[in-house]
Design a protein around this ligand. Sequence first.
Ligand SMILES: Cc1ncc(COP(=O)(O)O)c(C=O)c1O
Length: 436
Amino acid sequence: MTFPGTRTRTILHESDQYYATTTMDSRILAASGDNAIITDPDGNTFIDLHCGAGVNNLGMNNPHIIAAIQAQLQTGIIHAEHHNAPNPLAIELSLMLAATCPVRKPSKVFLSNSGAEANEAARKLCEAYRYHAGEKHVRSRAIYFENGFAGRTHGVLAATTSNPSVQRDPYWNHYDQENSIYLPYPTKANANLLRKKLSDLDLSAVDRLLIELPCQGEAGIIPADEETLEYLYGVTRSAGILWIVDSIQCGIGRVGTIFGCDLYPWLEPDILTLAKALGGGLPIGATIFRADLDWKKGEHSNTFGGNPVSSRVALTVLACVQELIASGAIKRIEQAMQKRLYLLRDHPMVQDMRGIGAMWAVELPDTRLRDRLIDIGEEMGQTETYGLKLLGAGRKSIRLMPPLTISPKDLTIALDLFLAALNTLRDENENDSLSS
Ligand SMILES: Cc1ncc(COP(=O)(O)O)c(C=O)c1O
């Protein structure tokens, strides 16, 4: 089949004309989906190997999610005025999150519509807390991490340091410029540098720290080193710094646990943010926080946060993911990926590979080759049964994040196709070097 087909090309053309310029650059448009398989408007089929960067963890057209949406539609209540009166489903979801999360108890929850909004709320909680404690001007600084990603709204842009010249610099304000401290992410390789930088800082001026755990997603799936992380935790906690942990991309089963950061039994964030897969494809963000950090009435709110449809779906997602974890499904994906990726260790197009659970990255020699691999994956459907839906991460890595519900057969097919795509890239590259 031709790719992109006629219908796809028309939509891409109209998108160029009528839709804002954002980050969109894939030619795979989804017309329908079934678990790990996406069908485009022309009937081409693809295996989804990134799930919208960790949104469709339960695959497409998941019957439990569809049933939850339908059941809520039957009630006739789609929007409840959660800024005006509590709605029972949002409260049930909050209770569930607050009771099971690793945040220090008692904890509370604020529901919103995206990851950025969840992180904005986390920042506002810290700022309001310092304000009421009379510390706002003493503790005005925040610690963020190099190559981090926290969202694109103004209040969280300071923490979004991946590709800063594009994503942050046009909006960079003086306040955040002066008050943001950037540290290397706590990997083994960065351990000494991080210790040195920490020892040079006046930590008494720092309000909060925001960190993606257990790995940085957009940076290229960079797992934290537990020992280095524990050191950072010890030093900053004893200096009274509030910990905001962002498990937006790594949470909801992706690394084999519900909350992502609960991989570390000793870690007790002051605030934890979730979004993406929690909504099973519908918009949701959750900011789970120590109850004593709570706002005073009117300091924060929103219109659609905790809407009944998203809340009901989120409750279903949590139950399904719990079951997947208990059944060993995520462990099996991890083992299959580890085994297959290990065989790629000497492939000339592979520089590195790393990951946890069902969240992996393969690093290529440079950005051009990485981007070409994505194109090859997309175009494979012309000669194979499926093309591959791939997404870059960092400067030169490819994310491998299949749905947690992918069948062993589809995972094997996907990884075979990925190897075939790498081989095509290698052959093209060898031919290029011969002809130049
Ligand atoms: C770690 C992390 N934090 C925050 C966000 C922002 O989420 P959203 O795009 O829903 O605003 C993302 C999105 O990719 C993310 O990966």
